[in-house]
Every structure is written in C-alpha cells, then in structure tokens.
Ligand binder design. Structure first.
Ligand code: ZN
Length: 395
C-alpha cells in the first residue's frame, strides 16, 4: 500500500522539479497550495480551482475545522472531500500553529495544549493524538505532525526546549498515525474503494532563527522518519534575510528523496528564493487575504486597487497574466467594485492572485526543466525592484 510517491524530475543547483503522487492527484512541484482554511478557498469556487487554475492540492486547517463544524460531523459525512466535494489532494495542518497564536487562551503541558475556542470560549484540548484523529476524520492526503511553534524571536534555551517537545510530539504523532492507518480510520481510505494509497505523514523542523537548533531539529525529525519534511516557524516576523538563511542551510540537508515543504510562505518573490534554495512545496493565505483588501500581485510587484490613479485605467491588473479576470476586467471597473463594497471585487482579485501564484510556479518548473531558472529568478526579481524604484520616485 503506498501513501505518496515522490520523484525528482530535473535539477538546477538546489532548485528541483518533481512529481508527487497521492491517492487523489498528481502534483507537479515546486507547487503552491491555495489555503482553504474552513474547507473553502475564500471567495473561489472549486470549479475555478479545478478548471482554469488547475490547483492539484489545497490546504485545510485542522484547528478551524475541529472547532466548526467539528471532527464528528465531518467523519459522519465521510470526510472533508465528501463534505466539500473537493476531489483532489488535501493537505491538513496539525492545528498547532493556530493554537500557539492564541497566547492568552492556552495552557501548554507535556500532554498537549488546553485552549479556549476563539469563537465561544469553550475549553478544548489538542495533543498529537487528537490532531492525528481529527486529520484522519478529515481524510486528507498529507497529514502534518503536531508541533509546538516557538515565537520567531525566541531565545536559544526556550527554542531548544520547544524543539525537544516538538520531537517527542512528532514521535507520538507518528505512533497514533500508524495505529489509525492500521485500523482503517482514515475517512479517505474508507470512502474510496477505488483509491489506492493511504495518508502520508510529514515531519516539521523547528528551531526559530537558531541554525544550530534547526540542524538538531532536522536530525531528530529524520531519525523518526517521515514521508516528507517541512520547515515550520518561518515568516513569523523575523527579517527576510534570517528566513532565507535558515532555508539555505536547512533545505539542502533535508532528505533528497522526499518532498520539502516550507510552511506559510510567502510572496511570489519568497517562493522563487526558496525554490532556489531547494524547497518543493508552499502554502500561504496571501493571495486570498490580499484579494479581500484590494491588493493584487502583478509582474511588477504589488498594486493597490484603491489607488485613485486606477479610476480611469482601462487596462487589466496584469497584461502578462493569462487569467480570466485579466482577459475581461479593467482596473477601473475592479476599483469601482472595491470602492462600492461589492463582494465581486474580492472574488476577482483573489482569483487573479491565485492565478498569478500558480502561473509563476508553472514558469518556475518550466525554467528548471530548461536549465534557465537562474535567469528566470534574476529577471523576476529585477522587474519587482524596478517597480519599487518607480513607486519611490512617484511618491
Ligand atoms: Zn490575472
């Protein structure tokens, strides 16, 4: 019985393309995974994600789905795929990141984390075992271990304690995960007789900005052994140079024959810089979150549709973007929708932003295959910095 199959198909320096096969879809990497926090990618219907955007894998958030509608409801309906009708791959996070963002509402122990729901204040408990059980109920293709996320600026000793706890939790996660798989309690497995393969489990490397601790965490994680490896706890307020430094030192040390996933990152520029340093998988809320605040990602950087200079601008958000929004709608019209509070503004910009991210990754894969990723990276970054120069000049 396979869980995921992983093959590297081309390599240029540390950058690589690969194919990740799960029981539900074939995913070309480097890949950007749109975030579907509540079982929906905000403002974007699955039809668009499947057809035009061709997303092969999206994320679901264990924390949010655990609170609402709750694991029992999703299990009784047959899993998140059946509940939502999304039939391609799903990756679920462990809930750890969200729980540890609730600094005032939680109590940490060796056993797990007790916290109060941000919705109604109810007392809840998450542990490695509970997280594995919820993710089995969701029936995702890729399950993440339950980890503790130390704050980005945590000192050496705090970070060391945190990563030691994370390693013990990773071991417990794996034990419970294996039991659930052996008992056939993964809803994806139960639901689909024609699906071969089970859930995969990814380990997470922590250690904040301390390289020595990052290496230690990586060793411990590899020792336990997972189907894939992730870098967690980055893009949480540290300097960009610190983030790139951690990736540069850790990604190439991660097992070559497993996918490498950078959690919660980032802008298109960050994605390219991380691919350059050896990362294969990404997720981030930026395309849809910015979509709701009127901010569009374009080849020249970012543009804010609220800007008065777009009031009569009949051009698309981005001439180079192949998406259906850019084929049809003008900046002036989208700006008008935004200014009048029409929900379509957020829908259109979110759609375009996701298209821009996914298309950028398509170009990245193509460039690596052709051996021209070095040039692609330089051109991409140059276009952005030129526009920033221009913005400064205009101000
Ligand atoms: Zn577009």
């Amino acid at each position: 019985m396979i869980n995921v199959e992983w093959t590297v198909t081309a390599q240029e320096g540390n950058a690589r393309t690969g194919i990740l096969r799960t029981r539900r879809s074939t995913i070309e990497t480097p890949v950007f995974m749109p975030v579907g926090t509540q079982g929906t990618v905000k403002g974007v219907r699955f039809e668009w994600l499947e057809d035009e955007l061709d997303a092969r894998i999206i994320l679901g958030n264990t924390y949010h789905l655990f609170l609402r509608p709750g694991a029992e409801i999703i299990r009784s309906i047959g899993g998140l795929h059946k509940f939502s009708t999304w039939n391609r791959s799903l990756l679920t996070d462990s809930g750890g990141f969200q729980v540890f963002s609730l600094t005032d509402l939680r109590k940490l122990s060796e056993e797990g984390v007790e916290f109060r729901s941000h919705i109604n204040g109810d007392k809840k408990f998450l542990s490695p075992e509970v997280s594995m059980e919820v993710q089995a109920a969701l029936g995702s293709e890729v399950v993440m271990v339950f980890d503790e996320c130390a704050p980005g600026k945590a000192d050496f000793e705090t970070t060391r304690k945190s990563l030691e706890l994370t390693a013990r939790w990773a071991q417990r996660s794996k034990k419970r995960f294996d039991e659930l798989q052996n008992q056939g309690l993964d809803t994806g497995f139960l639901e689909a007789e024609n699906l071969s393969g089970r859930q995969a489990l990814f380990g997470i490397v922590q250690g904040a900005s301390h390289l020595e601790l990052r290496r230690e965490s990586l060793e411990k994680t590899i020792e336990i052994g997972f189907d894939g490896y992730a870098i967690g706890g980055l893009s949480v307020g540290e300097e960009k140079s610190v983030m790139y430094d951690v990736i540069e030192n850790i990604a190439p040390q991660m097992p070559e024959n497993s996918p490498r996933y950078l959690m919660g990152v980032g802008t298109p520029e960050d994605l390219i810089e991380a691919v350059y340093r050896g990362i294969d998988m990404f997720d981030c809320v930026l395309p849809t979150r910015n979509g709701r605040t009127g901010s569009a990602f374009v080849s020249s950087g970012k543009l804010n549709i609220r800007n008065a200079k777009f009031a009569k601008d009949t051009e698309p958000l981005d001439f180079d973007c192949p998406c259906s929004v850019c084929k049809r709608y003008s900046k002036a019209y989208i700006r008008h929708l935004y200014q009048t509070g029409e929900m379509l503004a957020a829908i259109l910009i979110s759609h375009h932003n996701l298209a821009f991210f996914l298309d950028t990754m398509r170009k990245v894969r193509e460039a690596i295959r052709l051996g021209s990723f070095g040039n692609f990276r330089r051109d991409f970054i140059n276009k952005i910095s030129e526009s920033e120069k221009q913005t400064k000049f205009e101000n």
